[in-house]
Ligand binder design. Structure first.
Ligand code: SF4
Ligand code: SF4
Length: 406
């Protein structure tokens, strides 16, 4: 039944694409050991890449109904792309997942109101200011504990940073008439990773680049991965408009989780992690020593989309005295995965706690991670387990150690 010829089962264009992508899978199972959800609750085939591909194929061909149970196996997928990275048949799993979710539409567990909120940086900043006046960071844990364990609002409250957001990223010094690089601030990152964005600008300017900054808005990744295709396309259109107005030749994001969506919106445009450029121009940078042991968490999107994990390590090794210890994989994903931490907080916490156990074994003095979603999620676990490590973006540490006199 699964191999029914396509001409006997007319499908809408997107269903045809899903079936075509699924047919690339030779069912070898080599992706199973690197899938964080396959291992999470015992080895469940339906929670594996191969199982999800079979489900997507059957749904696209109309061989099964999109029941809540089947749908949930797809919704549990973290989109980490560890499976795609090891697949010998070159299955485009990321595209298959996006197309399948678009076919099914937004999931019922999707916390629409909350996502609408986090996608609006100006509103987020205003609410954070209000929360600061009301001392929300002090009583958020007590408030969160009154909510059900699976509530997305509970997960959001627990992930709320104690510190106030830094000022939005700005370009100082002489404005260049022809900026080569444009930085995409995003939504959550523009509020809670503004210091990392400022750090990126400082490092890039020191390395001789001209940088401009795009307006802050959501890249649409959470919509794209949540099956909200129309909202994702609207975000893509905003990206194209902002990019065209920038006059730049390379688009950057300090958040690896945004890179895939930006590349999808701007085919043919060079969309990079600034780490790549900085590693290539490291000779122009000089750093003060820092005698510290740091645990480096490598977000899935840094490894599988940006592919800058080696460049980041190379860059951090330029800081004399810094002992950088990469977190071992598995568990292969901290569980944040865009809106996954809001939709499935208990599963997300399990993956996060496995990650923190790996980090604790390294006895770090601080934790570095490039993805703001991962860092907020890890910070919530650090606080919950009383671990007391500070965490920051690796570029923030690099900018702090920069020798400006070079
Ligand atoms: S590794 Fe690739 S071909 Fe093999 S089961 Fe996984 S997705 Fe299919
Ligand atoms: S994207 Fe990640 S969670 Fe999803 S099937 Fe692949 S390895 Fe598993």
């Amino acid at each position: 039944m699964m191999n029914m010829p396509l001409e006997k089962s007319p499908m809408p264009a997107s269903a045809g694409r899903v079936a075509e992508l699924a047919d690339q899978c030779v069912q070898c199972g080599l992706c199973l050991p690197v899938c964080p959800t396959y291992a999470l609750l015992g080895r469940n085939e339906a929670e594996s890449p191969r199982g999800r591909i079979a489900i997507a194929s059957a749904l696209a061909r109309g061989l099964v109904e999109p029941t809540a149970g089947l749908r949930e196996h797809l919704d549990h997928c973290l989109g980490c792309l560890n499976c795609e990275a090891v697949c010998p048949a070159n299955v485009q799993y990321g595209e298959l997942l996006v197309e399948t979710r678009a076919l099914l539409g937004p999931a019922t567990r999707r916390p629409r109101l909350l996502l609408e909120l986090v996608k609006r940086p100006a509103l987020m900043r205003a609410l954070r200011r209000l929360g600061g006046w009301l001392a929300l960071p002090r009583w958020k844990n007590g408030l969160a504990r009154r909510l059900p364990v699976h509530s997305p609002w509970r997960a959001a409250l627990l992930s709320l940073p104690a510190r106030a957001p830094a000022a939005p990223v700005r370009i100082s010094g002489e404005a260049s008439e022809r900026p080569r690089l444009a930085l995409f601030p995003g939504c959550v990152a523009s509020v809670d990773d503004a210091d990392a964005q400022q750090a990126a600008v400082t490092l890039l300017q020191t390395a001789g680049f001209h940088v401009s900054v795009l307006p802050a808005f959501c890249c649409g990744a959470m919509d794209l991965h949540g099956g909200a295709a129309d909202a994702a396309e609207q975000a893509a259109q905003s990206i194209r408009v902002a990019w065209a107005a920038s006059g730049a030749t390379i688009l950057l994001s300090v958040t690896p989780g945004c890179l895939g969506t930006l590349r999808r919106a701007l085919p043919g445009v060079s969309v990079l992690d600034p780490v790549q450029l900085l590693a290539e121009h490291a000779a122009a940078l000089s750093f003060r020593p820092l005698a510290q042991r740091v645990a480096l968490h490598l977000p899935c999107t840094q490894v599988n989309v940006a592919r800058t994990d080696a460049a980041l390590l190379q860059l951090l090794r330029h800081v004399p005295g810094l002992d950088v210890l990469t977190l071992p994989r598995p568990p292969y994903c901290c569980g944040a995965a865009g809106s996954h931490l809001l939709e499935f907080p208990e599963r997300a916490a399990q993956l996060r706690d496995d990650t923190l156990r790996q980090a604790a074994a390294l006895e770090p003095q601080q934790l570095l991670s490039s993805n703001i979603g991962c860092r907020l999620h890890l910070d919530a676990g650090i606080e919950q387990h009383g671990l007391r490590w500070p965490s920051q973006h690796p570029l923030t540490l690099l900018a702090q150690q920069l020798e400006h006199s070079h």
